[in-house]
Design a protein around this ligand. Structure first.
Ligand code: AMP
Length: 427
């Protein structure tokens, strides 16, 4: 399979080869043909699968084939849940459309709207946007979506997790009824299926799991450790391992800040990335991490979602996520493109039930290690600790200890929903 055989234009093939891609990834091979044929597509794919090119390339191909209108109304709208993802998708759109006469722009909140408005007034064919700023600018009359040919909903599951359902519905009302719709999601809950039904018209379903959803290329390890000794242990691991690029996950924004501060005072260059950081601070932290100036990036789940950090050697879960699927997303960032990666988790007694849930999901036991001087606390409770901030529902009904929760599986879905809600607050 080659990009040529997919029927993409010469201008796109040139951009693809400039990016250094030689073969389409599985999601690209599956999604590009039905999109080029004009179908709506519902794709199950997460970051790291090449999904962005999967929808962008055929969309650009079709847009470039159509006549450009003189005032350049927006013809393609790509909605993303986070600012980072919007910026990344936009960067991709720019690169892939380098040899085409198409204009693109990105709009998101947290930054001054004036440059975005100026750009929109000049005429834009492809708009990448987060929901809030899009609605603001549409309400201000700065943009019309009445000429949309393509509507892409990226990371639809995160959109719902972050409470964007109402906004999506509002945006849908601004779109013309005749259009091609593409929806991407890593997971397919009942809510996502319902949303898809409302948006898509006889969609073609395509699916791709990342090459290393866990297991193969990633070596996983759990360090059982007392909660109070986690910071000491993570600093020891990073310093003694002399690791140069480490992505660390914490459950809360506050936790991310605190850990980052302690690392910096221990001589490790670290930066935090989460929902309370300004856009400028987040972009700077990510750029520093990518170019090697920042050794450790401490992130919350939603902030890290969709970040394009290729070939990451180390991911550390400073705390386990309470949603098992988030573990798979987190560690899926290591060992991309066949390179080996290491995913380590620091697990204290109160996280025992989360570990059990994760092992059940991935279908394997993760090796456990205990480091001398950083032993677990034998007297600590295995009850999940309730978080003050937005964490009311955390762990409810999951069983307070290591018991597998087969009995409570009926209630697990709603627990997960509750947990997701509180996660949206946390990130
Ligand atoms: P995505 O899942 O869209 O975030 O893409 C993940 C990473 O894969 C990005 O760094 C892309 O630049 C890269 N990528 C996308 N398509 C290909 C391809 N066909 N060959 C190699 N790398 C690719």
């Amino acid at each position: 399979m080659s990009f040529q055989s997919l029927g993409l234009s010469q201008a796109l093939l040139k951009a693809i080869s400039k990016k250094g891609y030689t073969t389409p990834s599985p999601i690209q091979a599956k999604a590009i043909p039905p999109i080029l044929e004009g179908n709506d597509v519902l794709a199950s794919a997460q970051t790291g699968t090449g999904k962005t090119a999967g929808f962008t390339l055929p969309m650009l191909h079709l847009l470039a084939e159509k006549e450009t209108l003189r005032h350049r109304p927006v013809r393609a709208l790509i909605l993303t849940p986070t600012r980072e993802l919007a910026a990344q998708v936009f960067a991709n759109v720019k690169e892939y459309s380098e040899f085409l006469d198409l204009r693109s722009a990105v709009i998101f909140g947290g930054v001054n709207q004036n440059p975005q408005v100026t750009k929109l007034r000049q005429g834009v064919d492809i708009l990448v946007a987060t929901p809030g700023r899009l609605i603001d600018l549409a309400n201000q009359g700065e943009l019309s979506l009445s000429k949309i040919d393509f509507f892409v909903l990226d990371e639809a599951d995160r959109m719902l997790d972050m409470g964007f359902l109402r906004d999506i519905e509002r945006i849908m009302k601004m779109l013309p009824s005749k259009r091609q719709n593409l929806m991407f999601s890593a997971t397919f809950s009942k809510d996502i299926k319902k949303l898809a039904q409302g948006i898509l018209n006889h969609p073609v379903h395509v699916e791709a799991t990342p090459e290393n959803t866990t297991v193969e290329a990633i070596s996983q390890k759990v360090y059982r450790v007392a909660k109070a000794k986690k910071t000491g242990l993570i600093i020891k691991l990073i310093s003694e391992g002399n690791w140069k690029q480490v992505l660390v996950f914490t459950r809360t924004k506050h936790g991310a800040n605190k850990l980052t501060k302690t690392m910096i005072s221990s001589g490790i260059t670290a930066a935090a990335i989460h929902g309370n950081k300004s856009q400028g601070a987040r972009t700077k932290a990510l750029a520093g991490f990518k170019n090697g100036r920042v050794t450790v990036l401490v992130a919350t789940d939603i902030a890290a979602r969709g970040l394009d950090i290729p070939l990451l050697p180390h991911v550390i879960n400073f705390e386990l996520p309470n949603i098992s699927e988030d573990y798979v997303h987190r560690i899926g960032r290591t060992g991309r493109a066949g390179a080996d990666g290491q995913a380590l988790s620091l697990v204290s007694a109160d996280e025992t039930s989360y570990l059990t849930g994760i092992e059940k999901l991935i279908g394997e036991r993760i090796d456990v290690e205990i480091v001398e001087g950083f032993e677990p606390d034998p007297n600590a409770s295995t009850e999940p600790i309730k978080q003050g901030q937005g964490g009311r529902n955390r762990g409810q009904g999951r069983g307070g200890n290591a018991k597998p929760s087969s009995k409570s599986s009926g209630g697990q879905k709603s627990n997960r929903r509750n947990a997701r809600k509180s996660n949206a607050n946390r990130n």
